[in-house]
Design a protein around this ligand. Structure first.
Ligand SMILES: [Mg+2]
Length: 457
């Protein structure tokens, strides 16, 4: 141990040195109280052996002053005195001494006392070192950690808390913990805390709360808060862990945004695969998918499925005369007229290929399908697209073939399409710019038009 001997007698100093050094202690000397204070101001020791009877400041006065000046830093003091009165011993212990030895006591007695003090000093060191470790861990923690009293007053804070909140340690110490929250929330949390302290049923511990915090500069930020409690006979404290989750929130928002963008990109991609590039209406692929689906539905539900095949009249002449650019424009105009005529959500108007279009009409009887075909014909007429030759009309026209069936066991989609094509062919044969149809006679078709004018399956 490192021992300071405060002793005004050279003889006693010498005799103590003779006892202590051989026992592997390091010994320094001060000849009076003033010198001891100067020495202790710059050196730390493990033990002080203090003479009581000294000129100037006596041992008791020195002990009181030393304890006053170095209150936190406890170093054991053993008094050495020629006075063995009980009163005197008591005064020494009260002045801040830890043991009291008569100068007449044997060196063995002295060494025994020193050994006892050494043991206490060792325990003190261990305690100090583990406190330091805890303190270092607290300071190294990435989250803000504060302890608060049962009055809700901050008792300690770590450096992360200073960094996160923007407050200095001395601004937070002894302040209510609600200082870390926005003013609008302070009342509620203070209330909850009081209610908990009063023993009311309030969910305060053992969970993580996400709420809004407020930094010293007034900035709001998202925090995660969890509270633990130390409830011992001599200590009632709460430990509050506060995590700044600004970055996590922002990352979450970015991820959400990326997901949304991906979703939109997928929708666009999906549209690209089902829409015709030139006209923007459904393409052949989507027609095939829709036909597959609706044909199945009609079969299962025993409903009538309508199909219109529609072809621009004399399109080859149009293209040859006016060129491909004008031809494309013509196709776009016709597609637009068809799309605008098809209003029911389940109906599908598609570009079937080249200048040919197909319209699927679920749950539609022949009269309805014919009405739709008529609408399309009129809509294209109204578009008034200039034509290349006045052979049929003074503007671009279409021929339409209509077919409606109630699909049965052996019916196939190609057969169905073939029937509509047959009607379309008939419309071309009969002079173009007209509507022809095929009706399903097997069902005793509901439409009189079918019986009177249509082709028969
Ligand atoms: Mg003396």
């Amino acid at each position: 141990m490192k021992i300071l001997v405060v002793e005004d007698s050279p003889t006693v100093r010498h005799s103590l040195k003779m006892s202590l050094v051989p026992a592997n202690h390091t010994v320094d000397f001060a000849e009076n109280g003033e010198a001891a204070l100067v020495y202790l101001g710059v050196n730390s020791v493990d033990l002080i052996l203090m003479d009581v009877e000294m000129s100037g400041m006596n041992g008791f006065e020195l002990a009181r002053l030393y304890r006053h000046l170095h209150g936190d830093d406890w170093v054991p003091i053993i008094f050495l005195s020629g006075n063995a009165d009980d009163e005197h011993i008591l005064e020494g212990i009260k002045a801040g001494g830890d043991a009291y030895l008569n100068k007449e006591a044997s060196p063995i007695h002295l060494m025994a006392q020193i050994t006892a003090m050494e043991r206490i000093a060792k325990m003190r060191h261990q305690l100090h070192s583990s406190n330091r470790k805890i303190e270092m861990l607290l300071q190294a923690a990435p989250d803000g950690i504060i302890s608060i009293s049962e009055r809700g007053i901050i008792q300690s804070i770590n450096s992360a808390m200073e960094r996160i909140s923007g407050y200095r340690s001395d601004e937070l110490m002894e302040s209510p913990f609600t200082l870390l929250l926005p003013e609008s929330l302070r009342g509620d949390y203070q209330q909850d805390f009081w209610r908990y302290i009063r023993g009311e049923e309030v969910k305060l511990l053992g969970m993580t709360m996400e709420l809004e915090g407020q930094r010293k500069n007034g900035e709001s930020y998202p925090i995660e808060l969890s509270i633990g409690e130390v409830n011992e006979p001599d200590t009632h404290l709460f430990m509050v862990i506060l995590r700044d989750i600004t970055e996590r929130k922002q990352a979450g928002e970015k991820l959400e945004q990326a997901q949304q963008e991906l979703l939109e990109a997928n929708v666009r991609l999906e549209q690209l695969t089902i829409l015709d590039g030139l006209t923007g209406i459904a393409n052949r692929r989507y027609f095939d998918i829709s036909m597959e689906r609706e044909f199945g539905v009609a079969k299962r539900e025993n409903t009538t499925l309508g199909l219109i095949m529609c072809d621009i009249d004399l399109f080859k002449t149009y293209n040859d005369t006016l060129g491909h650019v004008a031809g494309d424009e013509c196709i776009k105009q016709v597609a637009e007229a068809i799309q605008n005529s098809v209003r029911r959500p389940a109906d599908v108007a598609a570009r079937y290929g080249g200048e040919e279009f197909a319209i699927i009409l679920p749950r539609t009887a022949l009269s309805g399908a014919l009405a739709m075909a008529k609408n399309i014909q009129e809509a294209i007429h109204e578009k008034n697209i200039p034509c290349a030759t006045a052979e049929v009309d003074d503007r671009v026209t279409v021929s339409l073939g209509v077919c409606c069936i109630n699909p049965e066991g052996g019916d196939t989609i190609p057969d169905f399409i073939k029937l509509a094509d047959k009607a379309l062919y008939q419309a071309k044969e009969n002079g173009r710019n007209r509507i022809e149809y095929v009706s399903d006679k097997r069902k005793g078709d509901d439409d009189e038009v079918a019986a009177s004018e249509g082709l028969t399956m």
